[in-house]
Design a binder for this molecule. Structure first.
Ligand SMILES: [Zn+2]
Length: 341
């Protein structure tokens, strides 16, 4: 079966605080409050399944709860202190009503109440696994905190998206130990390889940008793999915002995505599209138009080739069902002709 996977990194200011503030990026953050409900409406009408990888800190209902859980965490000691979101707790307001830049529980509730949406984790503190000062112990403690706040909201975490796509085998092992079953890995080309911030050179970023508008490094469709006991559903493409300097070439970017989706649907593969809600924040209408073009294309592929919209959790469950069927067939002596996904 071929799957069209969508995941969103829902992080508010926690995802950018080391290089942005309310003053420099506040418009995008407030725009999230319009973007998410409208994305959910679109997902509902197109019957789209999606994973919302959510930062645990934004799921706290108040500053008191945030401080209480944070006090129980073994905090990372990054060499670059500005990377740690614990350094910004003093500037956080009391509740979502007074501080919509850091708290977003009402949006999480809307996601939970929309059919086919799953809430996964983007770690508790937007944790950076490959930065100097990160450790297995502090990462484990972070995931415990993420589970604590998620459980209080009635959410069982089954998927993870690693902040800034930084992960290694040790972090995957922690996730596996904690009951997480799937993650979004990085695209296959070397320019997408997991690395710390200092290794994200200008020319690597330029190559990614070129690829986003041309697909020069391939269609990025894939079959799920397994890493350290977790299902790896690597990113195919980051949906770039249709605003700013690159708006004039956004059409080339969208066409690159559509070609990749078509390749996946016609070859029995998966295609995994991702973005941040705040990418839509400065011009919600224009970005929703781009998303609608993609969803219209998905509908055509669904009707023509059986392309299935899925969250990350959906793909994991579908694969487990296929494995079970294979085991039953093997046990009963029937032949089996392979797993589609
Ligand atoms: Zn992030």
């Amino acid at each position: 079966m071929s799957h069209f996977i969508i995941s969103l990194d829902f992080e508010l200011l926690w995802g950018l605080r080391d290089h942005h503030s309310r003053a420099s990026y506040g418009k995008n953050m407030l725009g999230v409050r319009e973007a998410i409900p409208r994305m959910l409406d679109l997902f509902h009408s197109y019957e789209i399944g999606a994973t919302w990888a959510t930062v645990g800190m934004l799921m706290c209902e108040s500053r008191d709860e945030l401080l209480d859980i944070s006090s129980q965490v073994r905090q990372p000691r990054y060499a670059t202190r500005s990377l740690s979101n614990y350094a910004y707790l003093d500037e956080v307001g009391e509740t979502e009503r007074s501080d919509p830049y850091y708290f977003g529980l009402s949006l999480v509730r809307q996601i939970q109440s929309t059919p086919r949406q799953h809430v996964g984790t983007h770690t508790f503190s937007h944790y950076y696994c490959l930065e100097d000062g990160a450790s297995v112990e502090s990462f484990r403690s972070d995931i415990v905190a993420a589970q604590t706040v998620a459980n209080r909201r009635g959410i069982s975490l089954r998927s993870i998206v690693f902040p800034r796509n930084q992960y290694d085998a040790a972090c995957l092992q922690v996730c596996h130990d904690m009951g997480i079953c799937c993650f979004r890995g990085n695209q296959q080309h070397f320019v997408y390889r997991p690395s710390c911030g200092s290794k994200q050179t200008k020319w690597v970023r330029a190559l990614r940008l070129f690829d986003a508008h041309t697909g020069v490094f391939g269609h990025q469709a894939f079959k799920p793999r397994w890493n350290v006991g977790l299902m790896n559903l690597p990113a195919s493409r980051f949906l770039r915002p249709n605003t700013g300097k690159l708006a004039s070439v956004n059409r080339a970017h969208i066409l690159t995505i559509l070609r990749g989706m078509t390749h996946a649907a016609t070859h029995g593969n998966c295609y995994h599209l991702w973005w941040h809600p705040h990418n839509f924040g400065s011009d919600v209408v224009q970005n929703l138009k781009s998303l609608q073009v993609i969803l219209d294309h998905y509908r055509i592929l669904r009707d023509s080739y059986g392309f299935v919209s899925s969250s990350m959790e959906d793909v994991f469950d579908a694969n487990l069902d296929t494995r079970r069927t294979r085991k039953i067939n093997q046990d009963s002596g029937q032949s089996y002709s392979g797993i589609a996904s």
